[in-house]
Design a protein around this ligand. Structure first.
Ligand SMILES: Nc1nc2c(c(=O)[nH]1)N[C@H]1C(S)=C(S)[C@@H](COP(=O)(O)OP(=O)(O)OC[C@H]3O[C@@H](n4cnc5c(N)ncnc54)[C@H](O)[C@@H]3O)O[C@H]1N2
Ligand code: MOO
Length: 403
């Protein structure tokens, strides 16, 4: 592995990973609208319908010609009713009005609506107050005009975007296929929760952590049986997964120990894109390819799993799906001073809270060890501290990654 990029700066590793992801962009598939939520759109959508499609009333009331109004009150003859639904053929004449409900098409010739509560109906005559011209009317195309590009490939289909597609009458959309993901935890010390612990053993917590993080990002990961620290078994299981999944995520066995077999297996049977990133926690992170799968081998300490998944894991999943819409960047004011001496980019655990002045604050946790899962569980954000020695005063602004 002499020519493997190693000890990369965070941004350089990210660029490399994003480049590899772009080369292995997953194909698009057509899905019924109801299955598109959360997916990355793989087509541009241009409106073939105006929204609203026709002039309609914004309120329940009476529709009339504004030109018919005379003074503070005007009497108009009630010519009929137009409810939301099929347009009837009634066209009120001059001096007439129509009862109308919200969303109903404006009857021919009418241009203004007075709301019901401000009108009186007396013997087939409606007394309407003075009303601004075009009041309470929603005009055709005021939201979307025919031909407008309303959604772009690479954006994520939130509920509002799927709903917008529905309002244009689209029954299905082209979306990126979701990556299939195999999750492995490794280590002879690991025991399934529910089993008894022998001395030296610990419960496997990374499996739930990874499965939960991946599911929260909309994927349906498959957890494989835990791997022992045996190179042959690691090789067999990973090669098996490598020919069946788009992505393999492992935890543990990637640093310098005698039992850390991931780097060797990947070097021998696949390829390594980079190994070791100047970040804390998560330094031994390994990224490679095995058969048809991209392999992201995360360091075993639980907080390293969290930090590397939220940064590189997410970027890889986004890249494979061709997501071009960036995830939002959040910033908050430090609640207390913060100092860092080492050169790596650090991801501290922290608690975000909104101040009474409307400003987001974050309190960084003093428990920095990457084994401190409890501190991570009590946190609701990671605090990003850039490379190099840093000294922040309380109130200075830092980037945060909400959990
Ligand atoms: N000589 C060196 N030692 C270490 C280095 C190094 O560069 N040189 N890196 C350290 C850093 S940083 C980290 S992070 C860890 C990463 O090591 P591995 O990825 O090889 O992970 P393991 O050694 O297998 O495990 C590390 C730690 O995490 C616990 N663990 C592992 N899997 C799980 C799991 N599924 N659930 C709960 N806990 C897990 C494991 O028991 C270890 O305590 O290496 C440092 N050492
Ligand atoms: O940098 Mo390792 O990922 O702390 O524990």
């Amino acid at each position: 592995m002499t020519d493997v990029p190693t000890g990369l700066l965070f941004d350089d590793a990210m660029t490399l990973l994003q480049g590899i992801a772009a080369q292995h962009r997953l194909e698009a598939e057509t899905l019924a609208l109801g299955r598109c939520h959360g997916r990355v759109l793989a087509q541009d959508i241009d409106a073939s319908l105006a929204l609203p499609p026709f002039d309609n009333s914004a309120m329940d009331g009476f529709a009339f010609r504004h030109a018919d109004l005379a003074g503070t009150e005007t009497q108009l003859r009630l010519a009929g009713e137009q409810f939301a639904g099929p347009a009837n053929d009634v066209a009120p004449g001059p001096g007439e009005c129509m009862r109308i409900t919200t969303g109903a098409p404006m009857p021919p010739g009418t241009d203004t609506v007075a709301i019901k509560e401000n009108c009186r109906v007396e013997n087939g005559v409606v007394v309407v107050p003075d009303t601004r011209a075009a009041a309470n009317v929603r005009h055709a195309g005021e939201d979307v005009r025919v031909g407008d590009r309303v959604l772009q490939a690479g954006t994520v289909l939130t509920a509002t975007r799927v709903s917008l597609a529905a309002s244009l009458g689209l029954a299905s959309l082209r979306v990126a296929r979701k990556p299939t993901v195999a999750v492995f935890t490794t280590g002879d010390e690991l025991v399934e929760p529910g089993m008894a612990l022998a001395p030296g053993q610990i419960y496997d917590s990374n499996r739930e952590l990874l499965m939960g993080l991946l599911r929260a990002d909309g994927l349906e990961p498959t957890a494989w049986p835990r791997l022992p620290d045996d190179p042959k078994q690691v090789e067999i299981a990973l090669r098996d997964a490598g020919c069946a999944f788009d992505l393999i995520v492992t935890a543990g066995g990637v640093s310098a120990g005698e039992k850390d077999h991931l780097p060797g297996v990947l070097a021998q049977f696949g390829s390594t894109h980079f190994w070791k990133v100047k970040m804390k926690p998560g330094m031994p992170l390994l990224f490679g390819t095995l058969d048809q799968a991209r392999v992201l081998a995360l360091p075993g300490n639980p907080v390293s799993v969290l930090a590397t998944y939220l940064t590189f894991g997410r970027a890889l999943i986004d890249g494979l799906q061709g997501r071009s819409e960036p995830r939002p960047t959040w910033r908050a004011q430090l609640a207390a001073p913060l100092e860092k001496a080492h050169p790596r980019r650090e991801f501290l655990r922290g608690r975000l809270f909104g101040g009474s002045n409307g400003v987001l604050h974050v309190e960084a946790d003093a428990a920095t060890g990457s084994h401190r899962l409890r501190a991570a569980a009590e946190a609701n954000a990671l605090v990003v501290v850039p490379e190099g020695p840093q000294r922040y005063a309380a109130g200075e602004v830092v980037e945060v990654i909400p959990l």
